[in-house]
Design a protein around this ligand. Structure first.
Ligand SMILES: [Zn+2]
Length: 187
């Protein structure tokens, strides 16, 4: 079976999430294309030298399915060995500080800010993979889904359940803590 038939099958059975894992775990011999992420530029907000940005980007690309907090240590290691203090977006710090009742220590702020940032950048990769998956099976439209709870921000809510042409859909993530995802519209 090839990857296209496999994807069509998993879609038909409504198992479209986690398809890479499903493909790996299946007994079928199918070749899973490696994600390329060639048109994506990560970690641009940090204002580091290009060389450091590339190293951080590679860390995230090589671990695109990892949890953000599991990449923290390596992320900061790259920064310190390049003698760089990453400039995380101020908005993230505001989000983090708003979440505390009393002022926490600098170290825990720094970790939380970095985790939100890394998670955001991993989401760029995951959402781009989802669009690639749609292209592979010739899907033309995607719906943007939010988590539909009280934490969905107004910017995200605006797009909730709206359908877009796959190539013209707003790029997810839409905000720093975005949990929105694309749902491929198959019929
Ligand atoms: Zn969102």
């Amino acid at each position: 079976m090839n990857i296209f038939d496999f994807l069509k099958n998993t879609f038909a059975k409504n198992e479209s999430s986690g398809w890479r894992e499903a493909a790996k775990n299946s007994n079928l011999t199918i070749k899973i294309p490696q994600p390329k992420f060639s048109d994506i530029k990560l970690c641009v907000h940090l204002n580091t030298a290009e060389e450091t940005r590339k190293k951080l980007e590679n860390l995230l690309i090589n671990n695109w399915s990892a949890r953000a907090d599991n990449l923290l240590e390596e992320f900061f290691q790259i920064c310190s060995s390049d003698d760089v203090i990453p400039n995380f977006p101020k908005e993230i710090e505001t989000i983090v500080l708003d979440g505390y009742k009393k002022k926490p220590n600098q170290e825990s702020i720094k970790k939380k800010v970095a985790t939100i940032y890394i998670r955001h950048e991993l989401n760029v990769l995951k959402n781009s993979l989802e669009l690639d998956k749609g292209r592979m099976v010739d899907v033309k439209k995607v719906k943007i889904r939010t988590c539909e709870d009280g934490r969905v921000c107004p910017a995200c809510r605006k797009h909730s359940k709206k359908t877009y042409n796959l190539e013209k859909a707003p790029k997810l993530p839409l905000c720093w803590e975005c949990r929105c995802y694309y749902e491929l519209v198959i019929r």
